[in-house]
Design a protein around this ligand. Sequence first.
Ligand SMILES: Nc1ncnc2c1ncn2[C@@H]1O[C@H](COP(=O)(O)OP(=O)(O)O)[C@@H](O)[C@H]1O
Ligand SMILES: [Mg+2]
Length: 384
Amino acid sequence: MIHELRIHALRNLSQASLSVTQCNVIVGKNGSGKTSLLEAVFLLSRGKSFRHHEPKRYIQHHAKSCAVWACIDHQKTIAIQKQLDSAGLASTLLKVNQTTVHSQSALSFLLPTLLIDPTGMSVLEEGSASRRQLLDWLAFHVETRFYPTWLSYQRLLKQRNALLKSAHLPTAELVAWDRELSVSAQALHECRQAVFGRWQGFFGAMVARLLPDYEGQLQLSYQAGFDVQAGLFETLKSRLHQDRELGYTRIGAHRADVVITLKNTSEQGDRLKEQAVNVLSRGEKKLLITALKLSQLQLICEHLHDIKPVVLIDDVDAELDQRAVGVLLDTVLDLPCQLFITSLQEATAKQVQDKMAQLGKDEEQFSLFHVEHGVIKKQENSGE
Ligand SMILES: Nc1ncnc2c1ncn2[C@@H]1O[C@H](COP(=O)(O)OP(=O)(O)O)[C@@H](O)[C@H]1O
Ligand SMILES: [Mg+2]
């Protein structure tokens, strides 16, 4: 969990230095810098923003770099700096305990971060990439074999794609790579499947709480991206001609997906099976996204013992109805995680404090911050 947080030149946050506690509520008007604060924490953990991919969008206008630094668990420090060169290209500098590290995974591992933003519809409405990332984020934190397996799969895939593009295809060499790639795909699939099985249970229970009308009807299913029974090797062999034309490998574990289906039977016995995204209203989709994220959090909290994940909750009271906000707060406040909750209204802070009191939580773990034009101030007497 984060104890001290410093932000430099990220959007309208020129310079911020805050001491934070387990539960932090950030209140401010539109455009004050609330989401930017969450973006800074997310950037530190994941190395990217959830709003824009290009660093020049979140680095403060007229600045050449932005930085986020945190002291976690009282003894470790982690930091990220994104810098633009004269051509506007960005480079990244990462540090753990003041020593440069070369992989974002070192920071992600120390600071698992989950964003709950019910308006983030890409998970439901776009291609498989963002759903695969949800599953892989869980697998990264829950299954120790996952990350090395994922890295080796990516490396092999890159090799194969490079071979596919070569003028004279070295067939014998390709077969050797294909064998390794299919072994790696199988291992990746097994990690994902194990984690998925556990996630599914939490998801079902969360749907029952957030979308009770759909209890037992919304189903999460996992697709490996290739025919697991036959093995990827056979597919690669039979598709070689097409892949060579495309210039890349189309089928494989890099195409895995998580599908959300609505299944029910009418009183007349008619069966409905449809992708949830095609049926649910916009409000229901927000609840579904919240159920996906909260069920991930429950699983990760059950698994991690020494590390408290950080949960970023953006503007939820503007997006969800009061009952759903209640379920959300009850769930997150009851889990061993650190919270950053933004809101337009001061009343949210009161609601969170009341819930904490009901749950018998230490009131010193609550902090209230006000943001105005990029300046963040902690309310006195909160989180002392
Ligand atoms: N690269 C940037 N440099 C400086 N300011 C920015 C940049 N990008 C966005 N902003 C400004 O930052 C402000 C804060 O945005 P945001 O954090 O989304 O506000 P909130 O979530 O409180 O509504 C906005 O007024 C926006 O115009
Ligand atoms: Mg905002």
